[in-house]
Design a protein around this ligand. Sequence first.
Ligand SMILES: Nc1ncnc2c1ncn2[C@@H]1O[C@H](COP(=O)(O)OP(=O)(O)OP(=O)(O)O)[C@@H](O)[C@H]1O
Length: 258
Amino acid sequence: MKANLAAVGITGPAIEINNLGIQLGKITLLSAVSTTMSAGLWHGIVGPNGGGKSTLLKSIAGLMPHSGSIAMLWSNTKAPIIGYMPQLAPFEQSLPISVLDYLRLNSQNRPVWLSFKERSEINDVVELLAIKTLLNNRVGTLSMGERQRVLLACALLQKPSLLLLDEPLAGIDKAGQEKILAVLTDFKKQGGTIVMVEHNWQVLQQYCDQAYFIDGGLKKSGNPTEVLQQQLTEQSLEQAQQQSLLLANNQTDEARTA
Ligand SMILES: Nc1ncnc2c1ncn2[C@@H]1O[C@H](COP(=O)(O)OP(=O)(O)OP(=O)(O)O)[C@@H](O)[C@H]1O
């Protein structure tokens, strides 16, 4: 039987971001971000390195102090549960904790040493992400791809209705990526909302409903193919401007030496 990934019958929330700004000391990481991410869709955050994608995701997850507002809008009586997968979270090599214990720690809110009840959610995510053979391995010894699957399993454990994923495909081979994308496709089909940081435009175009280009702020958003086209047009315009500037400088130099 197929596991339910999102809380059954629950539509993931929409996210309304209004004039979001993030300042660390004198450095502005993000400014004036305003947008609405619709419920039940797959949203892709894209942009250059250091542009502020992870920062935006962390602020939606409530992990980053900010100005402006971020509101979750949902139609159900139960508040949305958020599953967050950080960017390639490193585990300390010597951390004496197995993958199974790590999942157990993340599967309940009360300390596992007080009581632990075997939970079916763990079996569901273990099967879903094919991590059974890793259960007795120490988290610090996992390869990058294995770690990604364990982190995604953790994000799915509480049956969230919103998934916030920071480059979930990074460091994973093609087969593993297809597996994860299939899991996420099912999650969306069951009503969940996904916000995912992703560099690969092919993935964004194939899977995401909306793309948001972040570079110190929200530069453009819309259908991923349209956002990509706009970005390519801007880049080629910029290149053409640089080339004509270079040409003009060379001509000036030549005129001076003549
Ligand atoms: N806690 C912090 N203190 C100082 N600078 C920070 C902090 N967190 C992030 N930054 C800086 O903010 C900028 C945006 O970082 P962020 O990780 O959001 O970028 P990104 O778009 O996710 O980049 P990448 O694609 O490389 O993962 C970077 O220049 C980063 O160095």
